[in-house]
Design a protein around this ligand. Structure first.
Ligand SMILES: [Zn+2]
Length: 84
């Protein structure tokens, strides 16, 4: 589950929360229970170590997904270059 960073607009508290992507905008300040919190945009981190060892096949398929993503992005950039 990704960790998101938030800042409470009521009490200025900085906090982090484990959230599903769908629920990332439903955070609540742990100090004042305010829902007036802002999510820090660039902070999303997957906690992989805490989940313990995973089967190699799973790791491999995740790496493959990463590779596919990289290829897609590279292709998009290339297409951009051609249009330009
Ligand atoms: Zn607060």
């Amino acid at each position: 589950m990704p960790i998101y960073a938030y800042k409470c607009e009521e009490c200025n508290n900085d906090f982090k929360a484990n959230k599903r992507a769908k629920e990332r905008d439903n955070a609540e300040c742990p100090l004042c229970q305010s829902k007036m919190v802002k999510r820090a945009l660039s902070f999303a981190m997957h906690v992989k170590k805490a989940e313990g060892p995973r089967p190699l096949s799973q790791v491999k398929s995740e790496l493959l997904e990463d590779k596919k993503k990289m290829i897609k992005e590279a292709r998009r950039e290339m297409e951009g270059d051609i249009e330009w």
